[in-house]
Design a protein around this ligand. Sequence first.
Ligand code: GAR
Length: 197
Amino acid sequence: MLNIVVCVSGGGTNLQAIIDGISAGTIRNTRIVGVISNNAGAYALKRAEQNDIPGFCISPKNYESRADFNQALMDKLAQLNPDLIVLAGFLVILPQQMIATYRDKIINIHPSLIPSFCGTGYYGLKVHEEALKRGVKVTGATVHYVDEGTDTGKIIFQKAVEVLEGDTPEVLQKRVMEQAEWIILPKAIDEIAMKEN
Ligand code: GAR
């Protein structure tokens, strides 16, 4: 059984796709042992609660220094002891120590076809705003392992999504989620879980 911790900051639709995948059996051999949010108001924490998954808020606002926040995050992870950490819209710069401790055990979903529209400053709606500004006709999403760089780790899956005439960032974000993110993130977890056996 692959024990996963899902780290979130916002709405948690990717978390929901994981929860749904586990109940539908499309994600096999996997259990969510905890959800960690850096934001107390994240709807993702509600989703955890509704599904009887332990949810934790670890916010930089509650710590005197970044080092204290990083330590609290590391302590919580150590307690939960995951086989895999899934960053599902977690908008926090990871402590170096976390990347080193969980090498090849952290994956992230990014809402573009890496290496386009990724790296520092490219997150959430901003990614889609930039894609529309550039006028690309195809965008998509990428699941990748996390290393020391920003969105530089080994790519696991990518899925392309068409940009349509008249798209707003919000409309494009929703299409990328529906047609790519909610499909490839569960698929990556299932693949990793099946390799564990
Ligand atoms: C998703 O679109 C995810 O790809 C993106 O944040 C959103 C979170 O939505 N992540 C990044 O931009 C990371 N660089 P959700 O909370 O509804 O899953």
